[in-house]
Write a protein that binds this ligand. Sequence first.
Ligand code: PGA
Length: 251
Amino acid sequence: MTRIPLIAGNWKMYKTGTQAVAAAKQLADLSKGAQGVDIMIAPTALSLPLVAAALGKNSQVRLGAQNIYPGKEGAFTGEVSGEMIRDAGADYVIIGHSERRQYFGETDESVGLKIRAALDAELTPVMCIGETESQREADKTFFVLDKQISDGLKGFDLEELDSLILAYEPVWAIGTGKTAGPEQVKEVHGFLRHLLKEKYADELAAKIRILYGGSVKPGNIKDLMQLEDVDGALVGGASLNPEDFNKIIRF
Ligand code: PGA
């Protein structure tokens, strides 16, 4: 099965609406004609409708949200629902990013609820998992990843996970300039593919795209993408600059 790579940019809490529109337009121009790759950017929720309008419905550059509230509507001050995200023009939503786990108390359980909310709103969930530096040093990487997947995806059946995208982001490599080495990435992605096979089915495991994230740059994307089980990248810092991000898209 061929998996079309996805290059996704997480803009985090950077760029005003005006800046986001300008950067998205520049990216759309630069990346025009890129083939065999899906492209997504995730600006702040506030910028989603502005960027969606600027890009137009048929743009190859698709949009994602950085978070979602697991509930349809209600008295949840400050939160944004899946339906609102979809209505704003996004197709994807990043769920369980390590910054959300670290600073906003997200757990594997809340990640599961958010994946459910994303699927209900027909959004493609990009589920982030990854070990911290101390977990890796304690040889707990595989244990941690297994638990994040088992607990985060508890209760979902095969068909529901059809559109799921996984992003392996070792926490120690995010925003630090330290990328996991090719051997480490290969080992973990192979492990994740195997885990999906064991827990679900060969067909689903072969279908799910597993992205790598953590200090992905124009200079290291090519080596990462050559690895068998790497189906794209989730890019933070280097996605903020349209020229750099375009270089990554054209790995
Ligand atoms: P980084 O961030 O590329 O700046 O390391 C990756 C991420 O947080 O998804």
